[in-house]
Design a protein around this ligand. Structure first.
Ligand SMILES: Cc1cc2nc3c(=O)[nH]c(=O)nc-3n(C[C@H](O)[C@H](O)[C@H](O)COP(=O)(O)OP(=O)(O)OC[C@H]3O[C@@H](n4cnc5c(N)ncnc54)[C@H](O)[C@@H]3O)c2cc1C
Length: 408
């Protein structure tokens, strides 16, 4: 007799843990399957907008996140070539006043651990590591889940795919379509704040825009470390996501040296202060076009499994957290069938995440502008200032239960 649970969540990343927390804390019986041997994250930072922080606040983890992270006081956009400030956006208290929650920057491992602890404390969800979903067999009432290297089958009535970019749930139920390799690479490093050049040590988010590249940095771990990311356009697209795919340490150093050679000394000093660089090839998918790309029958997708995006709006995890909260809200509506509740979730979400995917791509073009486009961008940012950089539609978004007419 296969092990049966009402609800199965595949993937124990930010989306999977958020789904387990949101659904589990309202009393749902669920099981999380994660392919890794432990639920953990690599050493890099993550920024959470007030839209995600409001949800995390609702889940009771705001204070812990604030203690582990940082609240940047402003975002400063500069020209990577000459170091001049192009525009600034006040964040800190100004975001709390406008959006009811701060923008918080964190180490990913801290976010992951906070979510994991909350799942353990607030829910009865069981977490099974070393479980790589290999196949899904749909039948009328139960779905059979088959895992690699396991003779034991599991069954679930509802399946939540939170298994990231190359989602096995997505391939099995929604059809296999390869994600888009953008040709953009993220080079990431984390350095102790004491090793950071003095002028970058303030608690702010820095973004330096150059020709076909940009650099982002922000403090994490209460200001003890700086997360530094160099984003480059390259002709070399990896076909698989992952750390250091087709990039040796020597190549990473050479790539950074070549890319940054026209940058101002201040930025070069910052890049040179960091060690242990790792490279990550960036993928996304075409922006969602309909609700049926997020839910079909008794299966729903969340996070990168549903809508991977370029990190140029810093919202992939934010959207996963919103997805989870929205799914749990619709799930509460017990007067509807399972299928209708999942459909309502998808109806509530697809247009928003589609817009975020589109804006993330557009930001890449804006950040990496050169020639006349750069001149126009800088002029607009100087005149528009904070008004142009603030995003009320994104940060002020309120999740609601209103289901839009079905587009099936
Ligand atoms: C450079 C960079 C910077 C970013 N910065 C930000 C930021 O500042 N703010 C922000 O909000 N977002 C940011 N993002 C995006 C964010 O990291 C992702 O959107 C988010 O981590 C997606 O979470 P996820 O849980 O959906 O997917 P993943 O993190 O990929 O998790 C999927 C999980 O599923 C597991 N899994 C996969 N396949 C299977 C299987 N077959 N069976 C069982 N388990 C499986 C994996 O092991 C993994 O644990 C950034 C991304 C990048 C690349």
């Amino acid at each position: 007799m296969p092990a049966q649970k009402h609800m199965a969540v595949v993937g124990g990343g930010i989306a999977g843990l958020s789904a387990a927390l949101a659904l589990g804390r309202t009393g749902n019986d669920l099981q999380v399957f994660e392919k890794a041997s432990e639920i953990s994250e690599i050493g890099a930072g993550i920024g959470l907008g007030p839209n995600a922080m409001r949800v995390l606040q609702e889940w009771g983890v705001r204070q812990t996140l604030l203690e582990l992270g940082c609240v940047p006081q402003q975002l400063i956009a500069r020209d990577a070539g000459n170091g001049c400030v192009i525009s600034q956006l006040p964040m800190g208290q100004s975001f709390i006043d406008s959006y009811g929650a701060p923008y918080v920057t964190l180490h990913r491992a801290d976010l992951q651990q906070v979510l994991l602890s909350a799942v353990k404390q607030q829910t009865s969800a069981s977490l099974l590591t070393r479980h790589t979903l290999a196949a899904v067999k749909l039948s009328e009432h139960w779905m059979d889940l088959k895992f690699q290297d396991s003779i034991e089958n599991h069954q679930a009535q509802v399946l939540i795919g939170a298994d990231g970019l190359h989602s096995a749930v997505r391939s099995a139920v929604f059809g296999h379509h390869a994600p888009v390799a953008s040709g953009h690479w993220a080079y990431r490093a984390l350095l102790p704040m004491r090793e950071v050049p003095q002028d970058v040590r303030q608690i702010h988010i820095g973004i330096w825009m150059g020709r076909r590249l940009h650099v982002v940095h922000y403090p994490v771990r209460g200001g003890d470390a700086l997360n530094l990311v160099v984003l480059l356009e390259s002709h070399d697209s990896a076909t698989q996501p992952g750390w250091d795919v087709s990039r040796s340490t020597e190549q990473i150093t050479a790539d950074l040296k070549l890319a940054m050679h026209k940058s101002c000394t201040e930025l070069q000093d910052l890049i040179n202060a960091a060690q242990g660089w790792r490279a990550w090839c960036l993928f996304d998918r075409e922006p969602l076009q309909r609700a049926s790309q997020m839910a079909q029958g008794r299966v729903a997708l969340l996070g990168d499994a549903a809508h991977p995006m370029l990190p140029y709006l810093a919202q992939g995890a934010g959207m996963a957290i919103e997805d989870a909260a929205c799914l749990a809200m619709h799930w509460q509506n017990k007067s509807l069938t399972v299928e209708q509740r999942l459909l309502n979730y998808a109806q509530s979400r697809w247009q928003r995440v589609s817009r975020v995917q589109q804006r993330a791509r557009r930001n890449g073009n804006i950040f990496h502008a050169h020639g006349w486009f750069k001149i126009a961008r800088d002029a607009a940012m100087k005149i528009g200032g904070a008004r142009l950089m603030d995003l009320p539609w994104l940060y002020g978004h309120q999740l609601n239960l209103t289901a839009i007419e079905s587009d099936f």
